[in-house]
Unconditional design. Sequence first.
Length: 492
Amino acid sequence: MSLLLRSPALRAIEGEALAGGAPLMARAGLAAARVAHDMLSGAARHPARVLVLAGPGNNGGDALEAAVHLRAQGCEVTVAAIAERARLPADAAAALGKWQDAGGTCVGALPAPAAFDLVIDGLFGIGLTRAVAAPYADWIAAVNAAPAPVLALDVPSGLDADTGAVFGCAVEATRTVTFIADKPGLHTRQGPDHAGAISVAPLDLRVAYAADADHGLLLDAASFAAALAARRRDTHKGSFGSVGIIGGAAGMAGAALLAARAALKLGAGRVLVGMLDGAPGLDPLYPELMLREAAGVLADRLDAAVVGPGLGRGEAALALLCQAVDLPCPLVLDADALNLLAADAGLAAALSRRTGATVMTPHPLEAARLLGQDVAAVQRDRIAAALALARLYRAEVVLKGAGSVIASGGEWWINPTGNPGMASGGMGDVLAGLTGALAARGAPALAALQCAVHLHGAAADQLVAEGAGPAGLTAGETIDRARRIYNRWCAR
């Protein structure tokens, strides 16, 4: 599992290493040069031409160290830097001295990036806390407009390493080599649009995971192994649980059916669908689904319940949600169930007292309502928002979006699967159904949520890779692909 560190943890590790005499900048420069050399392997000309952008801090020092190595390897290296040596941090000033001792010089104006085979972005690292100003903003715009590949050092300049927010503008990198440990901002919000392919250079440091707000993990199958049990031969449909889907108000029956079909295709033994708008006789595509009145489904013996897909916000919906909160089984809350919860303090308090597991799957607007904030506040720090929801409601939470954040207690994960094709109607319903099926089959609630989120994104990624998106990718298409991937995972 890939460790994700926020800035306070990184600063502490870096400070301890530097106090012990570790030459971190030299190691970072060497690691960057190795990645750059790999990126230049297909360059059309030899020697290759490299433009190095060195900023006014230690990120610029990393870039200068890389420049020394690339020049020694025979590259034609141009360094663009405007900071005076006397104003640089000590290690960065020493790196500039190495560059000058090697015969290198610096130019104060940006050459045309299109004239180079590679641009190395060493303008700003994790210390940036305000909008990028001129002339660096102009440099970033010129680099982004040029065809040359870009290697960002630690983080693309202008990107918040903790949150994935952009400080006015940010480099759009082809690759990012990040130092010591991976950064959450590279994987959530705007980070994936700017980081490109990511590799981690640990700089010979060993970092241990701690379950706190500054340490997280990039979600992978090792995180949810408990949800990947292969089926034994001596089983029957009762071995795989009963899941109830509650939703389908007038005009929204499709949401409940999508969730139910996802639960069916992920192997729940029985899927009961409670429709607020009256139960049709059957789902003609999947007659295996048992369609009933909603109250009757909640009265059945359920191993998991999913409440919210197409639920609406009327009095009948609220009454059903109150009934569901009293169930002893795992409860997955999505869509309008979350909106109803946000508007009813008494119901929210009852939810936090549940003895059964609770799973919540909000998008940013729903999360904002649940927290009494606005969407901008949630998106400014998605990790903090997810953790706040998990603690407030004593739930396993996924804050959906680019780089969905999963939180449980004080722990968090970022999911790396998924793509813009998932920005379409019904995707949340499918996710809720997948989660409900896994919980009904006996997976711990957290593992069920982690598996469903990762699986759903992986299904969409495969479909897009085959040409079924991103434009026009539908929620229904992801269900069969999720089934195929899940069975492959269980067979390993």
